[in-house]
Every structure is written in structure tokens, then in C-alpha cells.
Design a protein around this ligand. Sequence first.
Ligand SMILES: Cc1cc2nc3c(=O)[nH]c(=O)nc-3n(C[C@H](O)[C@H](O)[C@H](O)COP(=O)(O)OP(=O)(O)OC[C@H]3O[C@@H](n4cnc5c(N)ncnc54)[C@H](O)[C@@H]3O)c2cc1C
Length: 379
Amino acid sequence: MELSAEVRLLCDEVRRFIREEVDPRSRWIEENDAMPEDLLRKAREIGLFGLTVPQEYGGSGLDLAGKCAIEEEMGKTNYGFATVIGNHTGISTAGIVALGDDRQKRKFLPRMATGEWIGSFALTEPQAGSDPAALRTTAVKKGDRYVLNGEKIYITNAGLAHVFTVMAVTDKAQGVKGISAFIVERDFPGFSVGRNELKMGMHGCSTAPLAFNDCEVPAENLLGPEGMGYVQALKTLTAGRVTVSARCCGMMDKLIAQCVDYMKVRTQGGRKLAEYQGLQWMLADMSVARDAARLLTGRAIDALMRGERGTMEASTAKLFSTEALAKVVDCAVQIHGGMGYMREAGIETVYRDSRIVRIYEGTSEIQRNIIAGLLLKDD
Ligand SMILES: Cc1cc2nc3c(=O)[nH]c(=O)nc-3n(C[C@H](O)[C@H](O)[C@H](O)COP(=O)(O)OP(=O)(O)OC[C@H]3O[C@@H](n4cnc5c(N)ncnc54)[C@H](O)[C@@H]3O)c2cc1C
């Protein structure tokens, strides 16, 4: 895909930042399961939090193609850091950009662009994961406010965020058309963020539950019309799936490059690993999987950028890229032998980190349901 000169420059800047600032802290982030404040400060300084905020509100105004180009770069560094930025600039900003009124945009976007306020997107609940229509968090209008009650789980960036896009039921009788989106600020009375979960991977990026106990949200923080929350969440997640797919391509790029380097230096049985056909073929299959994932991601980006729904393209790209990454990372461990199992090589971290992409933003099974549902739909 042809990128603008501006996006190419931004990608260069992100590559430099990763090399000089993120990669040297990656081991610390991994071992401490925390994000260094000075790294976040530097990320703010170079404008990483504002990538997708429109320029009139202080951001870089990247479109989906630009955002995906950055995600590919981010896929080559610490996954927790990539997720803090990716979630903020993706699903956590998208709703306000798409549905926010003038006042909401002026209030939230400039501070989200600088990273002073970090965003978070809260849909999932204990009984509503793959089936978000089963939401139970309620929002009842009382005068000029809504009163929210309920809980959310597994919310990315929760520990760091100030601005939460929260889905809640405003009219149960209307089913999914009775779900609305709200902007909840961290200091609203009745709102609290629970303890960070201990996770398999994605270290350094907070994932925590949220609780709403008679949480009062001013009516002016309703995002879009009442009942539009679910529709907007689906749109946000469709684009989100494409960005996940793009990040997987970056992760595969890095793994393949690591394998090429290793195969050229490691000698066994008097020959370089690069001379063993079994490993060559493994490497070839990794490359084919990565290229196919990139093509499907590009197709999905094109569809969404043309203004189409892009549901089929986004789900196909996410399903294929996330499953391709699983195979590629497994082969990368295998090619490195015992070294692949050691922390030192960094591949075991990617092995754990990459497991999440088949679960969040819609599991692989849900992507298959969407694809089959569209194929079998009566015209
Ligand atoms: C680290 C992490 C970060 C996350 N971040 C966020 C966030 O920022 N915001 C947010 O709102 N959510 C977030 N989530 C939640 C995530 O989107 C859900 O975990 C995911 O949608 C799956 O829901 P679930 O965990 O309830 O699993 P379940 O829905 O209980 O699924 C369990 C299994 O059943 C399968 N299954 C369920 N329904 C069907 C079906 N109809 N057909 C076939 N198979 C089915 C699933 O594919 C899965 O294999 C995060 C999750 C994790 C782990």
C-alpha cells in the first residue's frame, strides 16, 4: 500500500523511538509488569498519543492506513507498550472522533492528543464477552445526568486512563438498540478501577475491572444519540480488528528477521542451520503466511477507507493474521531450539504476548461466525 510522505516520516520516527527508547526498557517492562513513567513522558513528547486525533484538535490526524502502518512498526517492539499506545489511539479515541459533539471533542481530544488523558474502551462484562448484547450495566436518566450501575472486566489501559468510553443499557426493551455509549471520567463519583490483572503476557499494560455504583455521568457525556452505542462499538471493533492484523504483520516481520539472522550464524553438525532444508521450508512458510496476512490486511484497510462496512474483510484479516502469527511464533521458537525457550532470545515473550490476539477484539471463533454468517445470509 502506498503511504504518504508524512506517514513514512512518522514511521521512521517511531522506528527510531523504538530502537532508542522502548527496546532498551523492554526487559524491565517485562519483568516488572509496569510501564516506566519516563517512557510515557517521551512518548507524549513525540506525539504518539495523538496519532489518530484530528489535526484541528492537536493530533496527527492519521487515517486507518496510517494507523496500520504505525501498528506494524509497533508490532516489532514491547507488546505492552504497543498496546498502551495502540488501544489509546485506536478503539479508545475512535468513538469520540466519530460520534463526539463539538463540546466533547474540544474537551477531550486535545488532552488525549497530548497523552495528558489516556483513553480506555469498556464493553466486556463478566457475562458479556463474545456476546456483548448480553450487557447488564445500566444507565438510567435522572434529570441532567445518567446513573450507571454495573461492572466491566478485562479493560485495557484501565489503570492509566482518565477517559473511558463505556457501553451501558439505556433501554432493555430495545435489545442492542438500547445500548448507549458514555464518556466516563476517572474522578466521577461512584466510579472505581480495580486491581490490575496478572496476565500471561502484555506485561506493562494495565488490564483491570471497572465498577459503577450509582456513578453519576452528566447527560452531556452521552456519546452520540441514545441507543447508538452498540452500533458504534461494532464499527470501532471492525477497524480495531484491522489494526490488530497490521500489528501481527509487524510481529511476524521481526520474528522472521530474527530467524534469518540465527540460521546464518548457528552451526550444528558442521553446517549452518540455514543449510538445512527442513528449516528453510519452515522459514518459507513463515514468509508466505506473513505476506498473505499483509495482503488481507491491506484489502480490509482499502474497504474501510472506501467507506464500506468492511466486516467480511476485517474479520478475514484478523482471523488469518492472528492464526498465522501463532504458527510463525511457534516456528520461530523451533528454529531457535533451546535458545527459543530462553528469555534471552526474547521469542518466548512474543510467544506469550501473541496469544491474546486470538482472543480480544473478537475471538477466532467469533470471526468465523461473522464470516460464515455473511456467506450464508439470505439476500
Ligand atoms: C488482556 C485482555 C484485554 C482486553 N481488553 C479489553 C478492553 O480493553 N475492552 C473490552 O471491552 N474488552 C477487553 N477484553 C475482553 C475481550 O474482548 C474478551 O475476553 C473476548 O471478547 C472474549 O470474551 P470472554 O473472555 O468472555 O470469553 P467467552 O465469550 O466466554 O468465550 C469463551 C470461548 O467460547 C467461544 N465462544 C463464545 N461464544 C461463541 C459462539 N457464539 N460461537 C462459537 N464460539 C463461541 C469463544 O470463542 C471462546 O473460545 C480484553 C481481554 C483480555 C484477555
